[in-house]
Design a protein around this ligand. Structure first.
Ligand code: CU
Length: 512
């Protein structure tokens, strides 16, 4: 294929090239086609100045994030993947239920595509909603090989303005290599809420007690993050970052989203960071969250701020009720830092100084699984209160001791981790115990599961997801019906260092 043809193809993908962030309505012709075809070419890529990083990574079709892929539910999608990365590569279609041999896990679902080679992925994107795609080989995703994928749902309510926001952080690859060896000197990025109440200056035990008393923070999931951040001691496995971006740019270079008074705005927010949980707040507005990982939640919830773990997505809505200019910001440890922001404004507010969000999460109502799912206490170990499952598996997460390079499941690393065998039609319950000092964004391929339990709380409105933060010092329970296409579906931590260090297993369909 010639270069020009290839460019035309990429332009044809749901008008993505014209409107990377703010979506134009899908063209009638694009919507009517049975087949949407795209060429994705991965190559080395020099990050532009607007990204805030001087860095050579990798990109799909010459941009980070890669092109926004967009289909209507029911269309067939075909991607011709040209690998020019200099190494082996694959593409994983995150959140999709698809034939196992299209899932893009090297040596598990396909041989890796060699450098200079190509591979064609074909499937009917399912279920509808906000998905994404990324390399599943080594550090390639961290270098820039990722993008958003929208499967438009005909049942969706109308939004006047729709935008896709990809949060990502550009790693310092020297710290990446050191982290894999357990020798990184980087320290944990502090969750906001610490700096402005000064608790980071207190001994850890006091501060954690005080945190526990804070409204909206009682998900216990901060404990481990705090245990690490309190000490500022390098744990050996943290990354340091060169820049923090929204859709490939750092504020003030991020392109504003223009809105009008009276409009309803839908933001689809993806955390594509290699390791960082993000806390997102929009100045002057609360956010109504309707979808978790692209899937409609049983009950929408309105919050002051979002917590988005690595690989998670949320659909967040708000109404424009007055003229103005507001920053949407991922709060950093240094709360004067608004690099990871975009401006949302009305047309008449071009010269206004934008309102910035409250810099701390203290007192904020934060999106947590407990809040969204309405959690109430369970008796200890009663994590299948429904008596629903016929296959139950407990996975013990481990590792992360200073200087140790492995993150484990049941004390073992991939490929020696215990596998979960299921038969078609099984009702499966997976219970995670996480005694480590970090939250782990655990992800299952090829399924949408329900999060039914979190740290001893039963969720009365289970959240439909493909990735959840299993909290430090806590537990999570997923349930799902094993009715995906047969094959080997990997289950792993989406923190890239933890995954490469071995925190991965698989759900295997075996003959009935
Ligand atoms: Cu992890």
């Amino acid at each position: 294929m010639h270069r020009r043809e290839f460019l035309q193809n990429s332009l044809a993908v749901g008008s993505a090239a014209m409107s990377w962030m703010v979506l134009a309505p899908m063209g009638a012709r694009a919507a009517e086609r049975d087949l949407v075809e795209v060429t994705l070419e991965a190559r080395p890529y020099r990050y532009p100045a607007a990204s805030g990083a001087r860095f050579t990574g990798l990109a799909y079709n010459g941009r980070v994030p890669g092109p926004l892929l967009r289909v209507r539910y029911g269309q067939t999608f075909r991607a011709r993947y040209l690998n020019r990365t200099g190494g082996a590569s694959t593409i994983h279609w995150h959140g999709m239920i698809l034939p196992n041999d299209m899932d893009g896990v090297p040596y598990v679902t396909q041989p890796p595509v060699p450098d200079g080679g190509e591979f064609t992925y074909t499937f009917k994107p399912d279920p509808p909603g906000f998905r994404w795609y990324h390399s599943h080989v080594g550090d390639q995703e961290a270098l820039g090989l990722f993008g958003a994928f929208l499967v438009e749902d005909p049942r969706d309510p109308h939004a006047d303005v729709e935008a896709v926001l990809v949060l990502h952080d550009v790693p310092d690859m020297r710290s990446f290599r050191e982290a894999l060896a357990g020798k990184s000197t980087a320290t944990m990025n502090r969750p906001p809420g610490l700096n402005f109440n000064g608790m980071h200056a207190l001994p850890a035990a006091h501060a954690m007690g005080a945190m526990g008393a804070m409204g909206g923070m009682g998900d216990r999931s901060h404990r481990g993050a705090m245990a690490r951040s309190m000490t500022s001691m390098p744990m050996g496995d943290e990354l340091s970052y060169l820049s923090h971006c929204v859709s490939g740019e750092a504020y003030p270079h991020t392109r504003p989203i223009l809105v009008k008074v009276g409009q309803t705005v839908r933001l689809r927010i993806l955390n594509a960071s290699p390791t960082l949980t993000h806390y997102v707040r929009l100045a002057g507005h609360r956010l109504r969250v309707t979808h978790s990982d692209g899937n409609p939640m049983p009950r929408a919830v309105t919050v002051d701020a979002l917590r988005i773990g690595v690989a998670e997505r949320y659909d967040a809505w708000f109404e424009v009720t007055r003229p103005g200019a507001w920053l949407l910001t991922s709060l950093m440890g240094d709360t004067r830092d608004h690099r990871q922001s975009i401006l949302i404004r009305t047309p008449d507010a071009a010269n206004r100084v934008p309102e910035v969000p409250a810099p701390s999460l203290e007192g904020a109502q934060l999106f947590t699984y407990r809040l969204a799912g309405v959690g109430t206490p369970l008796p200890p170990d009663a994590h299948d209160p429904y008596g629903w499952a016929n296959v139950r598996k407990t996975l013990l997460l481990g590792g992360g001791k200073p200087g140790h390079r492995h993150w484990t499941i049941d004390g073992t690393i991939w490929p020696h981790t215990p596998k979960i065998d299921v038969r078609h039609g099984d009702r499966v319950l997976i219970h995670f115990k996480n005694p480590t000092d970090m939250d782990h964004p655990m992800h299952l391929h090829g399924h949408v599961f329900e999060l039914v339990e979190q740290s001893g709380l039963r969720l009365h409105y289970p959240l439909p997801k493909d990735t959840t933060l299993v909290p430090a010092g806590g537990t999570s329970t997923w349930r799902f019906l094993a009715d995906s296409p047969p094959g080997r579906w990997v289950l792993h931590c989406h923190d890239v260092i933890h995954m490469m260090d071995g925190m991965m297993t698989e759900v295997d369909y075996v003959p009935a």
